[in-house]
Design a protein around this ligand. Structure first.
Ligand SMILES: [Fe+2]
Length: 314
C-alpha cells in the first residue's frame, strides 16, 4: 500500500463507474493506490440514474425507519436525486459540523489504515456505484452505501466521536501487539483483537439499531443503504434483536452475504460512545485476546497493517 499520485482518468468503455466493471478502479488497485480522486467525469447517465432511483426508493423508508440523527444528516447534506454528489460538495456541508471528511478510495483498505482514517476524521469513501439492473445486490460497498448510508451519521457530534474512538481502539491494539515479544503469540492475540473490533463495527456502525422513544430505528449504514434489508431489520419477526452487550457482540459470528438474522440495539449515541470506551479498555487489558474463532476472516494483510503501519511499528 502506498499513497501517491492519483491515477489519470481515461474513458471507461461505456461502463461508467459501475462497481466491479470500472477500469479506472482496476488500474488504481493494480498500482496499489489506496487514496484517489473522484473521477466525476466518468460517471455515466446510467450511474446518475441509479443514484436517483436508490435515493427515491429509500426516502420513504428512511422517514419510517431511520434514526433521528440520520434524518437530520440527510436534511443537512441535501443529496439530490438528479445526480451523484461530488465528495467536495459533501465535505463542504460535513466538515464544519464534525470535522469529518469523505476521502475517495479505490476499494478495500487494510484494517489498520481504515481505522486510522477514522481516528483522523477521514472517511474512506468508495466512488463506484452498483449496477442499476440489480439495485438491491451489493457485491461490495459503493458510493450510495458510503455517502447516503454512512455520511449522514457523520454530521452527529456523538456519533463522530464514536468513530474517532474506534480508531483509537485500533491504535491500542497496535500498541499492545508491538509489546508482545513472541511472534506467534503476538499474531494470535492481534487476530483476536481485530476480529473483536470488526464484529463491534459490524453490529453497530454497519447494522446497528437504536431505541428512540420506544421505537426501533436503524442507524447502521448497511441497513440504511439497502431498500430491502432496512424494512426487514426493523419489522421481520424472524430477526432476533437484543440489547447491545460487548461480551456477546465481540463473540458473535456474522456473514456478509445475507440479511442479518441477529441485530443489537443501543439506547442512545452517548450509550454507543460509552460502549466504545469499554471496548478500548477491554483491548488494553487483554480481555479480548481470546474471542470466539470464525467469521469474519482476519486477513494476513490486515494483521500486517497493524504491525507495520501502526504508530508503534518497529
Ligand atoms: Fe459500510
Amino acid at each position: 500500500m502506498r499513497l501517491g499520485p492519483t491515477v489519470s482518468a481515461r474513458p471507461a468503455a461505456g461502463s461508467g463507474l459501475t462497481t466491479t466493471k470500472t477500469p479506472f478502479i482496476e488500474e488504481a488497485r493494480a498500482a496499489r493506490l489506496a487514496f484517489i480522486h473522484q473521477p466525476y467525469e466518468l460517471y455515466s447517465p446510467d450511474n446518475h440514474a441509479t443514484w436517483g432511483q436508490l435515493l427515491e426508493r429509500m426516502e420513504g423508508r428512511w422517514r419510517q425507519h431511520a434514526s433521528a440523527p440520520f434524518l437530520d444528516g440527510i436534511e443537512r447534506l441535501r443529496l439530490s436525486p438528479a445526480r451523484i454528489p461530488r465528495l467536495e460538495e459533501v465535505n463542504r456541508f460535513l466538515e464544519p459540523l464534525t470535522g469529518f471528511r469523505a476521502h475517495a478510495v479505490s476499494g478495500y483498505l487494510p484494517s489498520y489504515l481504515f481505522f486510522d482514517c477514522l481516528r483522523r476524521r477521514e472517511f474512506p469513501t468508495t466512488v463506484t456505484i452498483r449496477d442499476g439492473a440489480t439495485l438491491d445486490y451489493l457485491p461490495e460497498p459503493d458510493i450510495f452505501h458510503d455517502v447516503a448510508g454512512h455520511v449522514p451519521m457523520h454530521t452527529d457530534v456523538a456519533f463522530a466521536s464514536t468513530l474517532v474512538r474506534l480508531g483509537e481502539c485500533a491504535a491500542t491494539a497496535a500498541r499492545r501487539a508491538a509489546q508482545i515479544a513472541d511472534e506467534r503469540e503476538r499474531l494470535r492475540r492481534l487476530t483476536s483483537n481485530v476480529r473483536a473490533l470488526s464484529r463491534f463495527f459490524w453490529f453497530s456502525i454497519e447494522f446497528g439499531l437504536v431505541r428512540e422513544a420506544g421505537a426501533l430505528k436503524a442507524y447502521g449504514s448497511g441497513l440504511l443503504s439497502s431498500p430491502g434489508e432496512l424494512v426487514h431489520a426493523v419489522e421481520a419477526p424472524e430477526v432476533q434483536r437484543f440489547p447491545f452487550q460487548i461480551e456477546w457482540v465481540v463473540n458473535q459470528l456474522f456473514e456478509i452475504d445475507r440479511y442479518q438474522p441477529i441485530l443489537f440495539v443501543i439506547e442512545s449515541f452517548d450509550h454507543l460512545y460509552g460502549l466504545v470506551r469499554e471496548l478500548e479498555e477491554a483491548i488494553a487489558f487483554g480481555r479480548l485476546d481470546n474471542v470466539a474463532a470464525g467469521e469474519p476472516v482476519v486477513r494476513a494483510e490486515d494483521l500486517r497493517s497493524f504491525l507495520t503501519q501502526g504508530p508503534y511499528a518497529k
